[in-house]
Design a protein around this ligand. Structure first.
Ligand code: GTP
Ligand code: MG
Length: 515
């Protein structure tokens, strides 16, 4: 099978190739750091005056335009037409478009094709979304790690979890490098952007900038991290001011970084580009999920030689790695493809926004019927149509943990009507369990420390999800020991398993009365 795949790939790559210009900008950082304001300024959109917290993720697809001739980002995007994909005859027109594209040399295009749309993803700073952000992290992205530069990076807490600005930056750096699996020593590129320059006295700005840079340089000393992180310069902007010269410098820096990406201008099979554009056209029409069977049908209508099924799977796999679609090669999930990347966030949003109605969610519990109820509202009816798929997808990403329980007698699976949602747990452990039972004469434990970085949020959630899928939560002093960063489960009559996640991950096996 592997041999066949390789052969298919080689054959595919010797065929009709066209250059692909693909990049994305991801703006991350703590809650209220100024991400949305920065993005509006970057893309030339009206800068919001009224503060509105970002809910989930805002994706401005194609809003930032890159001019291939000047190799620069265009400042104002208003008035410039987006490459427009017509609804009728989509296939024919797309394939014609690709033909034209292929005939031109890279530097000599006719007007409209000079401009490549670059998606800008504006992430929500709230903790609850961190667990899903991993699905958007790709190795060919440019990340703007944003923070409020007017505050003290070492001591000012800027987050619901009350961690410092520096700790928040460290968390983002480690998550990005962990999830993007960098195959290249420079990419992804991480650029640090401090906002709120206007709140610092003019004469103190140079001092403040070098102070921040020193703090950051002292924090990131690992060579493998430093090669991705731009530490020689700190952009310090007033994100509210569209004429801030440093905004222009930031734009220029992003332009250069885009072209330095080894994948920029890489040649790909023509069919890949046609199918990709076709997906984009379907998203514009409001579709966010399609079946594998439908993709197969589309593939036969692209006007050029269709891809074989293996090649099609390869294409979908590549698109998934790039974060453009969700295609999971798992028997329970492979029949559908989510073509709109914001869809997963909307699924999570559907759960998050239900907290006031479903109180048990604060303890991380959600019944299957509650989930169906949430999705029966008009807003989320699309998820109800593909209920099985989306439930499985949430389980796959460890957002939902399925409790797998089996009958002792016949080994058959028992139906459990409840999911656990680890990332939603907010209750704190107020019991005396830790003092009384996590003591050296009753337990053995080991602690995982992550060298060079902190523990990304999704890892403890994943660990807790898999533990809960197997064992039952321990009840102690009439309280379930399932709290934020702390869970205890019953292994057998004498033993409990405890997991504590703070800056490290600690796992303990606790005996009822002795070691
Ligand atoms: N004075 C000043 N205010 C800023 C600057 N950047 C952002 N703000 C303000 O800070 C507040 C938060 O900005 P947002 O852009 O919404 O922050 P965010 O990071 O997108 O917040 P979330 O989406 O909730 O995580 C808003 O009231 C902005 O007007 C800046 O450079 N200077
Ligand atoms: Mg925002």
């Amino acid at each position: 099978m592997e041999y066949d795949n390789k052969k298919d790939l080689l054959q595919l790559l010797s065929g009709d190739l066209v250059p692909s210009f693909d990049s994305r900008i991801l703006v991350v950082g703590a809650y209220e750091a100024g991400k949305t304001t920065l993005v509006s300024n970057l893309i030339g959109k009206v800068i919001p005056i009224e503060r509105q917290s970002t809910d989930g993720i805002d994706v401005y697809f194609g809003k930032l335009l890159f001019d291939l001739k000047t190799q620069k980002l265009l400042k104002k995007t208003m008035g410039k037409t987006q490459p427009d994909i017509p609804n009728d005859d989509i296939l024919q027109k797309l394939s014609k478009k690709i033909d034209e594209f292929e005939d031109d040399s890279v530097t000599d295009h006719s007007s409209d094709q000079d401009v490549i749309p670059i998606p800008v993803l504006d992430f929500a700073g709230q903790i609850v979304y961190h667990a899903t952000h991993q699905t958007f992290i790709t190795s060919h992205g440019i990340y703007l790690i944003t923070f409020n530069g007017s505050r003290d990076a070492l001591s000012d807490k800027e987050d619901e979890r009350r961690i410092t600005i520096l700790e928040n930056i460290r968390l983002w750096v480690s998550s990005i490098l962990l999830y993007s699996h960098p195959g290249n020593k420079d990419y992804p590129r991480l650029i640090l952007v401090a906002t709120h320059k206007d709140l610092v006295c003019q004469k103190d700005i140079p001092n403040r900038r070098s102070q921040l840079l020193n703090t950051l340089s002292a924090c990131f000393t690992d060579v493998n991290v430093k090669s991705h992180l731009m530490l020689q310069k700190l952009f310090f902007v007033n994100a509210l001011n569209e004429n801030d010269p440093e905004m222009e410098e930031l734009r220029a820096c992003i332009s250069t970084t885009i072209t330095e990406n080894p994948q920029w201008g890489q040649r790909v099979p023509k069919q890949f580009l046609i199918l990709e554009m076709l997906f984009a056209a379907l998203v514009e029409e409001g579709k966010n999920i399609i079946s594998f069977e439908d993709v197969k049908k589309l593939n036969t209508q692209i006007g050029v030689k269709p891809l074989s099924t293996t090649e099609l799977e390869l294409f979908l796999g590549v698109q998934n790695i790039c974060g453009k679609i969700t295609y999971i090669d798992d028997p329970k999930l492979q029949n559908y493809i989510v073509i709109d990347p914001t869809c997963l966030i909307d699924v999570l949003k559907s759960i998050v926004t239900s907290v006031p109605i479903i109180a048990s969610l604060r303890q991380g519990r959600l019944t299957k019927s509650d989930l169906s109820n949430i999705w029966s509202s008009n807003k989320f009816s699309n998820f109800l149509k593909h209920k099985e798929y989306f439930q499985q997808l949430l389980v796959h990403y460890d957002i939902l943990s399925e409790m797998r329980r089996y009958d002792r007698e016949n080994g058959k699976k028992i139906y459990v009507d409840c999911y656990i949602v680890p990332c939603m747990i907010t209750t704190q452990n107020t019991t005396t369990f830790v003092e009384k039972h996590l003591t050296s004469d009753k337990c053995v434990g080991f602690v995982f420390e992550f060298s060079a970085s902190d523990v990304p949020d999704a890892i403890p959630c994943r660990l807790i999800a898999s533990i809960l899928s197997i064992w039952n939560v321990k009840s102690y002093e009439n309280v379930d020991l399932l709290c934020y960063g702390f869970v205890a489960v019953v292994l057998d009559r004498k033993h409990n398993l405890v997991v504590k996640t703070e800056h490290t991950i600690a796992v303990y096996i606790v005996h009822k009365d002795r070691k």
